[in-house]
Design a protein around this ligand. Structure first.
Ligand SMILES: [Fe+2]
Length: 192
């Protein structure tokens, strides 16, 4: 697990450095990318991934239970990542304003996956989200997906198939988000 976390943080950090020119606050973005998942090791709730939920297609109640568990993990890992980031940044004598900006990014980096209708509000949040997602198209990310499939006794796709699948899932996610935003706007117009 430690290796996976290192791999993930390494790739997210690399993308954040590459995209930092586009950011409003590049330093805060880069620090948030480095520490965004640092709290994983302190979580008491286990991480549930989509492939595990997919295994219970015939049991919607179990799927709901697992999905709620996965949301709970996302919230808990953000909490612990904030706690650890504050500890480290304080020790390194960063000022409070910088610490606050970094933890704001970390506090929201997984909310879009929690089915609470969270809509990204700032450009730097969007960049961090993109960096976090881009990792799944790296060789390490694809290999991690293959390992997970093996652990869950699922069919192991080739890297190419996995790449296509990840692309497919991320397109669906973006498409669903656009539809959600359109519906929200429609509702707002109706209630005016
Ligand atoms: Fe995360």
């Amino acid at each position: 697990m430690t290796d996976q976390v290192k791999c993930h943080a390494y790739h997210v950090l690399k993308y954040a450095i590459q995209l930092s020119e586009q950011a409003d606050e590049p330093i805060e973005l880069i620090i948030a990318a480095l520490f965004h998942d640092i709290g994983n090791a302190s979580c008491r709730i286990r991480k549930v991934v989509e492939s595990e939920i997919d295994q219970y297609k015939d049991d919607p109640l179990r799927q709901d239970e697992l999905r709620n568990l996965s949301y709970a993990f996302r919230i808990e890992h953000q909490y612990w990542s904030i706690v650890r980031t504050i500890e480290i940044m304080k020790e390194l004598r960063f000022n409070s304003q910088t610490i606050l900006k970094v933890i704001e990014l970390i506090a929201k980096h997984d909310l879009r996956k929690c089915d609470i209708g969270y809509v990204i509000q700032r450009k730097d949040e969007q960049i961090l989200n993109e960096c976090d997602s881009l990792w799944m198209f790296t060789e390490d990310g694809l290999r991690r997906d293959q390992d997970r499939a093996r652990e869950n006794n699922l069919e192991v796709m080739t890297m190419k198939e996995q790449f296509e699948w990840n692309k497919h899932v991320s397109y669906i996610f973006k498409y669903a988000k656009d539809i959600y935003n359109e519906l929200e706007e429609e509702n707002e117009t109706r209630s005016v």
